[in-house]
Design a protein around this ligand. Structure first.
Ligand code: ATP
Length: 213
């Protein structure tokens, strides 16, 4: 079974304005890295928000493991989001008052995991992403590209079944792009469904599937 499926999907930010996706149907398989590409303004970010249950489609449905999650209440959609979806936002917003390690650990502490094992896992993720020496720093003390990688570690923290990443390599050089792709690939190997909105040729070359909007 596909982990995520969209059926006849369309979205408008306001009634009577431009409709995005034009009735898109697509299945995203677990274990696969799918790049979502297309010209600026075509709706790549918006598609991630709709699949990430932050926006409701104006037509069609989003199915997660075969279950239609489109019409659930806001509270139930928020629960599904917290338990199953890791989101990497385009601008890597991190809490300026927390250390890097605290930011990465927060999703797991919030759901009640034990601090010791959470911190161990947080340090491992930050190491994998090449920011392991920055754990006690705060967002103002690291570069934009490092913040991007911290945001990815945070999204991977709870081993989500679905990872949605919006231009995750936008700020990165070749070496760090490879680190990020390696981490997303490792998550996919653990059977996650990974969707990356991107213009990056390296990401497109390494994706298992490409959805062009
Ligand atoms: N909050 C909003 N309210 C109204 N319109 C919006 C909003 N966010 C985005 N849009 C519009 O929706 C369309 C799709 O935007 P979106 O950011 O999803 O595109 P994109 O393909 O990700 O673009 P880019 O490659 O430039 O990041 C654009 O026309 C944009 O102007």
């Amino acid at each position: 079974m596909s982990r995520i499926k969209v059926e006849g999907l369309a979205f408008s930010y306001r009634r009577g304005t431009e409709e995005l996706f034009g009735g898109l149907s697509w299945e995203f398989a677990p274990g696969a890295l799918t790049a979502i590409t297309g010209p600026s303004g075509r709706g790549k970010s918006t598609l991630l928000y709709v699949i990430g249950l932050m926006l409701r489609p104006s037509a069609g449905a989003v199915l997660l493991d075969g279950r239609d999650v489109t019409h659930l209440s806001d509270a139930r959609r928020a629960r599904v989001r917290a338990s199953s979806i890791g989101f990497v936002f385009q601008d890597a917003v991190l809490d300026p008052t927390r250390t890097i390690l605290d930011s990465v650990c927060e999703p797991a502490l919030y759901r009640g995991d034990r601090r010791r094992s959470v911190e161990r896992h947080g340090r491992e993720l930050l190491d994998q992403l090449g920011v392991g020496t920055r754990v006690e720093h705060r967002p103002g003390q690291i570069s934009g590209g490092q913040a991007q990688r911290v945001a990815i570690a945070r999204a991977l923290m709870n081993d989500p079944a679905v990872i949605l990443a919006d231009e995750p390599t936008g700020n990165l050089d070749e070496e760090n792009t490879a680190l990020v792709l390696g981490s997303l690939r490792a998550a996919a190997r653990d059977d996650a469904c990974v969707l990356i909105a991107t213009h990056d040729k390296d990401v497109l070359a390494q994706a298992d599937e490409v959805l062009a909007l």
